[in-house]
Unconditional design. Structure first.
Length: 483
């Protein structure tokens, strides 16, 4: 059902409580639901206040499914729940409690139902249940999905860099094995979100079809299990195990390159699952055509469905990723710090999030507030240890800070002398330090053509030779850009 945004948050929560009351015993209701206060209802998100971190964790662990179903019933499928948690502040001089906002997660979403295991009666070890994940049972075995509940679609930021892959992944999560995207082959360089997207698909399948068995496995783990099955002479049981999975997610398939026997086994598992209408999701650091050492018959199957790549995120997407990470951690930091991070680390989402965590840790451990200076110190150390790729965005940001001119002005159409000069410097350094074409540089610097970029570069070169002050600007900017 759809709910009007003007509906009072208290009224919505009162309706939710009626449903909850019918589904839990009286004591649990008194203990865990009566103390909750509804705070607000904005953009289809209902925010409820809970008295402590422990209280929040208990609700997430024991009542998340009930809460999600209730919210869905009252607010429709787009409805969301958010907690406002009252935190103790006694460790600081200021003893007043403060609150942080946290979205809901779902720890139970990764749990699979029990499944029957077909035994190979000819195997010497047929008395044991040969689950490669070493979770034995008698007739039914529990298969740990190995999904990471933090890697949900809610936490996966969409941008131009990943729109096709994300849309295809979402469609698979809604209807596994029934779309044209089977297999869904996701590829990109490291740190751009393949593993996150693969987990999101698995979590979505579990959310929509709790009875389906979902398994996320790295190709390295798959390879080691196969070697163990050969050693223990129960290869058939190993194959049977994988053939009963409803949605199989294999991460980093490129590590099976050159492993011919493992590829043969995976080929048979792939065929069986595909014929039975089961879903396969495969990730790789290369497109199918670029993987060396993989058998042609397997590569041809990777192309049956959709191969979708993840590109390096643009500035706007990088900022959205950082803001989402801060939101999920319940932390606020100044916008200028988020902006500085997004400008500084451009090629790898994992490094971007790692740098943010380093800043949060430094602030927490040394009781320092998070400022632009702290971020600069951390990023300078962090980026020196990683391969910094200088981007047009980064150059524009350095020039913007140096002249105290907003980036929006630099890329605008204005002809003010100081703005034109900053724009020409951005073009000059972009030509010098990036691999971008003149047309691309012009596009990023106010939608100019390549002739304007060439003219800007000549102007800067001439001024360096004739204007001492300008030469000084170029020298200092050069040091800042190179870090």
């Amino acid at each position: 059902m759809s709910t009007d945004q003007n509906t009072d948050h208290k009224e919505i929560w009162a309706r939710c409580l009626k449903v909850i009351k019918d589904n839990v015993n009286y004591q649990s209701y008194k203990t865990w639901f009566e103390p909750i206060k509804p705070l607000r209802f904005v953009d289809n998100v209902l925010t409820i206040q809970v008295p402590s971190q422990f209280f929040y964790e208990w609700l997430e662990e024991h009542y998340i499914n009930l809460l999600k179903k209730t919210i869905r019933k009252e607010l429709g499928t787009s409805g969301r729940l958010e907690y406002s948690i009252i935190m103790d502040n006694s460790i600081h001089n200021n003893n007043k409690p403060y609150t942080v906002n946290m979205p809901t997660s779902n720890k139970n979403a990764t749990k699979n139902p029990s499944v029957s295991m077909p035994l190979d009666l000819n195997s010497k070890n047929s008395k044991e249940i040969p689950n490669p994940f070493i979770i034995p049972g008698i007739k039914k075995i529990k298969v740990n999905s190995q999904l990471n509940e933090n890697y949900s679609f809610d936490n996966f930021i969409e941008g131009d860099c990943n729109r096709l892959a994300r849309s295809a992944g979402y469609a698979v999560g809604q209807n596994p094995g029934k779309t044209a995207f089977n297999p869904l082959f996701i590829y990109s360089k490291v740190g751009l979100g393949k593993t996150h997207l693969a987990n999101s698909i698995g979590l979505q399948v579990k959310d929509n079809f709790p009875d389906k068995t979902v398994l996320y496995v790295s190709s390295e783990q798959f390879l080691n299990q196969f070697i163990d099955s050969v050693r223990n002479n129960n290869q058939n049981d190993f194959i049977h195990f994988y053939q009963m999975i409803d949605t199989l997610i294999i991460d980093d398939i490129q590590f099976l390159a050159g492993k011919e026997k493992t590829q043969d086994v995976f080929f048979h598992i792939f065929n069986h699952l595909h014929q039975k209408g089961k879903q396969l999701v495969i990730t790789s650091d290369k497109a199918p055509v670029e993987i060396q050492g993989m058998k042609p018959r397997l590569l041809s199957r990777f192309k049956w469905g959709l191969a979708a790549d993840l590109q390096v995120p643009d500035l706007e997407t990088r900022m959205a990723i950082l803001e989402k990470k801060l939101y999920s951690e319940g932390v606020d930091i100044p916008d200028e710090v988020v902006e500085y991070l997004a400008y500084s680390i451009t090629t790898n989402i994992r490094e971007l999030e790692g740098a943010l965590i380093s800043i949060l840790a430094q602030s927490s451990l040394n009781k320092k507030s998070i400022t632009l200076d702290l971020a600069r110190q951390m990023i300078d150390k962090y980026v020196k240890n990683t391969s910094r790729e200088i981007s047009i965005d980064y150059i524009q940001k350095i020039i913007s800070d140096y002249f105290n001119i907003p980036v929006e002005m630099i890329v605008s159409k204005t002809r003010k002398r100081e703005i034109v000069q900053a724009r020409q410097l951005a073009m000059y350094f972009s030509k010098r330090y990036t691999k971008s074409s003149l047309a691309t540089i012009g596009l990023h610097c106010g939608n100019k053509d390549h002739a304007t970029v060439l003219h800007a570069c000549k102007t800067v070169t001439n001024l360096v030779d004739t204007d001492k002050q300008f030469n000084n600007y170029v020298s200092e900017l050069d040091k800042k850009i190179k870090g």
